[in-house]
Design a binder for this molecule. Structure first.
Ligand SMILES: [Cu+2]
Length: 304
């Protein structure tokens, strides 16, 4: 079990660094979560299946405001998958977004890439995309969260952000605001800061609502909660990603929020085993091009 876990953990790193999201680990079976208490906000229901497809079940038109989101990772293995909700700027198409990200990842992560071209494309994508967040869910699990859509537009997309380039997408249309224009109150808040570090609560609920708030003025960020052995240090985790390759501290549980843009926030209903977790961000940095985890964006917290 341990050997297999470790192998999967290591294999995940390359994928995660390439993707800027998604983190692959086997996880033990766990009960599914109860519903997010949200006072009548509509729900965007998504699923990703063994063949890699993205399915949206139910409405794709919503008012601006609170949007509950669920992701059923129906795959029988292969670790976690991600969905993200984005609003693209006028005149900037889904194809433009995908092309920019492809240019960015190819040049930033492939050997002999043109770093300058990669950074230019990455920044062009970020400048034209409002990233509302999303869910990272391990295989066999269904998890929930909440996003806050801050304006009416027919340029929203929900997409499969699992490994590598954005895959399938479904267009969403968002109308005039209805209901509260704030997120639900969470039991704890995790912040992403301009200095490429996590802040906020050092103890999070193992079964409860966590807000992920991007306070950075320089970059989008994501939050992956990765179960690690008790006593694991931040330095061990950073070293594993920057050279040691020693992931023997890794355990199987994992859940998170996909990418949230500057000044935005989402809420995830965390449902994991209590214990020690590493907060990780795999977003490629718009200034250096390196995944944030490599720049030290790791924090050790406890789930209680
Ligand atoms: Cu980050």
């Amino acid at each position: 079990m341990q050997r297999n876990t470790r192998k999967t953990f290591v294999a995940a790193v390359a994928t995660a660094a390439l993707a800027g999201s998604g983190f692959v680990l086997a996880a033990p079976a766990m009960a599914k979560t109860a519903a997010l208490p949200t006072g009548g906000a509509p729900t965007l229901r998504t699923a990703i299946t063994d063949n890699g497809g993205l399915y949206v079940d139910g409405p794709t038109s919503f008012p601006a405001g609170r949007l509950r989101i669920s992701l059923d990772n129906a795959r029988s293995g292969g670790g976690s998958v991600d969905v993200e909700v984005v609003r693209l700027a006028r005149g900037y198409s889904w194809k433009d977004y995908r092309t920019d990200l492809k240019t960015a990842f190819t040049n930033l992560f492939a050997p002999n890439g043109d770093k300058k071209a990669g950074l230019k494309a990455l920044n062009h994508a970020i400048d034209n995309a409002t990233l509302y967040g999303g869910l990272d869910v391990n295989h066999g699990k269904l998890r929930r969260g909440m996003l806050l859509l801050d304006q009416a537009s027919n340029r929203y997309f929900v997409y499969n952000d699992s490994g590598g380039l954005p895959r399938q997408q479904t267009r969403l249309s968002v109308g005039a605001p209805v209901g509260p224009q704030t997120l639900v109150k969470a039991a704890a808040t995790v912040t992403a800061k301009t200095d490429r570090r996590f802040g906020g609560a050092s103890a999070l609920p193992s079964n409860g609502l966590v807000e992920f708030k991007n306070k950075s003025t320089e970059s989008p960020h994501m939050l992956i909660l990765q179960h690690v052995k008790d006593g694991t240090t931040r330095r061990q985790v950073v070293n594993a990603f920057t050279g040691s390759g020693n992931f023997s501290f890794g355990l199987a549980g994992e859940q998170g929020s996909d990418v949230v843009g500057e000044g935005h926030a989402d809420v995830i209903h965390v449902h994991l085993r209590p214990g020690t977790y590493a907060e990780l961000c795999f977003m490629p940095d718009p200034i250096t091009g390196a995944p944030h985890v490599v720049m030290g964006m790791v924090r050790i917290v406890s789930l209680v």
